[in-house]
Design a protein around this ligand. Structure first.
Ligand code: FES
Length: 82
């Protein structure tokens, strides 16, 4: 998912029924765009990995991903970009 105000895509994970989480696909290490690899996000630059909760699993990144608040209204996911 992309938005013109963001430089990076957003990944939305369906964690459980009616439970979603949205993260910016920007590596907190040096800003490379992450790639979806199964249930992980991987950084092609230096190999950091993040789980479906945006938590860093492998260094060199040492911060979790930016998470967006979201809500579900009439079966639509509304992501709050701020
Ligand atoms: S920019 Fe992602 S690990 Fe370095």
């Amino acid at each position: 998912m992309q938005h013109e105000s963001l430089q990076y895509p957003i990944v939305v994970y369906n964690i459980a029924e009616n439970s979603f989480e949205a993260y910016l696909m920007r590596c907190p290490h040096q800003g490379a765009e992450l790639q979806v690899f199964g249930e992980r996000l991987q950084c092609p630059a230096h190999g950091s990995e993040f789980d479906v909760h945006g938590k860093v699993m492998n260094p060199p990144a040492d911060q979790n991903l930016r998470r967006f608040n979201l809500e579900i209204i009439e079966e639509k996911i509304i992501i709050h970009l701020q």
